[in-house]
Ligand binder design. Structure first.
Ligand code: CP
Length: 300
């Protein structure tokens, strides 16, 4: 793979190879050095975790990082994504990480054989988040088969939900969703259940941020500071107490304390939210290593 843009393109074997490689990196086995190679991270949507942890992963792998800020670039003079990437390709960039609001923006780059990692495409896919989530689950349980995973929140607008539902199902986990009616995505082949009907049975509860920036008149709900949203759809302290003792809490973050998760639950013992962020660096190292190795194999 010289690009990783969608979880739908990855086989179970490829996912497991990336997880094992990321765990090796986490254990300190750094057997590669990409000194002299240059990465460029182009974020057309806001980010803290994905951008910073790709940056950290690139530094750990010895790469140079060419700064790029959309707000001061010629994108603002109308330059297309294709022309921007082709320009940076000819300038000497070896690896592109792109987050863009357009679903499947990467199709416009199909004719360019550049190593590419998707940092999120609108409501489409978020493969690096999904892979770090899978790494976190696998590191905890050493398996996917038979696990019950509940994904709660704004499923309709979530690229994390879309990426994780297909991957977790393919790996043998049972996925259940919980959402307000307006945020049900019926294109996903999963059952929807009220959170209270399943909270005692699940091994993983994955909470999602309400994606206010993607709402329109038909599906917007005023939830900021709405205690009833937390009580109806979120992880409260009372629900936390009902969870299995070895079940874990996940959230791709940023999280809204008091909206989809009670503030005090964020750092409780069964939360793996900050472990996910730590694992993100190692998974992104594994993804970079994979696409650069593939590019090298192709050039021989
Ligand atoms: N989880 C995630 O994608 O976070 P950022 O938007 O901060 O990158």
């Amino acid at each position: 793979m010289s690009r990783i843009v969608s979880m739908k393109d990855l086989s179970n074997d490829q996912i497991m190879t990336l997880i094992r490689r990321a765990l090796q990196f986490k254990q300190g086995e750094l057997d590669v050095d990409y000194k002299g190679m240059t990465a460029c991270n182009l974020f057309f949507e806001n980010s803290t975790r994905t951008k910073s942890s790709f940056h950290m992963a690139e530094m750990k792998l010895g790469m140079n990082i060419l700064p790029f800020e959309v707000s001061t670039s010629s994108v603002n003079k109308g330059e297309t994504l294709y022309d921007t990437i082709q320009t940076l390709n000819y300038i000497g960039v070896d690896l592109f990480v792109i987050r863009h609001p357009e679903v499947e923006y990467y199709n416009a780059l199909d004719t360019m054989n550049v190593p590419l990692l998707n940092g999120g495409d609108g409501t489409g896919q978020h493969p690096s988040q999904s892979l770090l989530d899978l790494m976190t689950i696998y590191d905890e349980f050493k398996r996917f088969e038979g696990l019950k995973v509940l994904i709660c929140g704004d499923i309709l607008h979530s690229r994390v939900a879309r990426s994780n539902v297909s991957a977790l199902t393919a790996l043998g986990a049972e996925v259940i969703c919980a959402a307000k009616d307006k945020w049900i995505d019926s294109s996903l082949d999963v059952p929807y259940e009220p959170i209270d009907d399943v909270i005692e049975e699940v091994d993983v509860i994955m909470l999602l941020r309400v994606q206010l920036e993607r709402h329109d008149e038909s599906n917007s709900v005023d939830i900021q500071g709405d205690q009833s949203y937390l009580e109806s759809f979120g992880l409260t302290t009372e629900r936390y107490k009902k969870m299995k003792k070895n079940a874990i809490i996940m959230h791709p973050a940023p999280f809204n304390r008091g909206v989809e998760i009670a503030s005090e639950v964020v750092e409780m013992e069964q939360s793996r939210i900050f472990t996910q962020m730590e694992n993100g660096v190692y998974m992104r190292m594994a993804m970079i290593d994979e696409v650069l190795k593939q590019k090298e194999r192709e050039s021989k």
